[in-house]
Design a protein around this ligand. Structure first.
Ligand SMILES: Nc1ncnc2c1ncn2[C@@H]1O[C@H](COP(=O)(O)OP(=O)(O)OP(=O)(O)O)[C@@H](O)[C@H]1O
Ligand SMILES: [Mg+2]
Length: 270
């Protein structure tokens, strides 16, 4: 079984990267997949969003420097089948330290090998920081595909050409020739506004089938959940946000399955 590695990235800040990584991970785990979430952002929002306390020294930093084994940093969470490699503020230092090393783009990709080989994860989702620095570049080099959240607001398309160019560069340079686009997810959709609908139309024109049909609505429950250290499906299992992220997980899996009916997971009973 191959582990599929997905970088959740967009250099724009506050577009819903972390919210999507946490909630999609939790929904995939709920559907019986084994998921590892890697928090690659020194803000550590995914870590606290899963109710895990930030702890100095507990991040991928030493792993990226080649000084530790990633398996030592894996924590289990309150959710069955969902594990986490946490972050903490010192991870920011890796931007500088890693840049000085040989093969600096491949640090994460090489560090993940033991996790890919034995750990039995179906998916590894990497929550990236809002920049195109060394950490995001490492995530994109390690990933099979990019999942990009785009916020339904006026400047949504700003910077997307930078992202597209970067992907092309990573492919052409040989850093990650196989890097694909997993999908684009429209976040903070407000059906009462024309603007949201216009932005979705625009993004569809640019990216066509890469865009998930599932739209993530703007909702106060989604924004409250992280302060309770919970994904939306446990914080408020029946709200529209929980339904949307469950639907996104279903669509994600259906696409990965080539649009065919989802196979029952072999891990559902575990
Ligand atoms: N669908 C939504 N409805 C309401 N609020 C949302 C929604 N999605 C995200 N938010 C809120 O918007 C803010 C930004 O979301 P999030 O942290 O997921 O973005 P991000 O892209 O990870 O940000 P950063 O670039 O800082 O890492 C957070 O306060 C989050 O709770
Ligand atoms: Mg974030």
């Amino acid at each position: 079984m191959k582990t599929h590695v997905i970088a959740v990235a967009n250099q724009k800040g506050g577009v819903g990267k972390t919210t999507t990584t946490v909630n999609l991970s939790a929904c995939l785990a709920e559907r019986g997949r084994r998921v590892l979430l890697i928090d690659m952002d020194a803000q550590a929002n995914a870590t606290s969003g899963l109710g895990i306390d930030k702890q100095e020294g507990r991040s991928l930093y030493p792993v990226l420097l080649g000084e530790a084994d990633p398996r030592e940093f894996v924590l289990s969470t309150a959710h069955k089948r969902l594990d986490l490699i946490p972050a903490e503020v010192n991870l920011a230092g890796a931007e500088i330290e890693v840049a000085r090393l040989d093969r600096y783009l491949h640090r994460l990709s090489e560090a993940l090998q033991p996790l890919l080989a034995e750990a039995g994860y179906d998916y590894i989702l990497i929550d990236c920081p809002p920049s195109l620095g060394i950490l995001t570049m490492n995530a994109l080099t390690a990933a099979d595909a990019l999942l990009m959240p785009i916020q339904c607001e006026y400047y949504a398309l700003e910077g997307l050409s930078v992202m597209s160019k970067l992907i092309q560069q990573l492919r052409d340079s040989g850093a990650n020739p196989g890097l694909g686009i997993e999908g684009i997810v429209m976040t903070m959709y407000d059906m009462r506004t024309n603007l949201s609908q216009q932005v979705v139309q625009q993004v569809l024109q640019h990216f066509g089938e890469s865009v998930y049909e599932t739209l993530i609505p703007r909702g106060v429950r989604i924004s409250e959940a992280p302060s309770h250290g919970q994904p939306i499906i446990t914080y408020d299992p029946h709200c529209t946000g929980a339904t949307a992220y469950r639907e996104l997980a279903r669509e994600f899996l259906a696409r990965r399955n080539g649009g065919k009916q989802e196979q029952p997971p072999d891990t559902a009973e575990s």
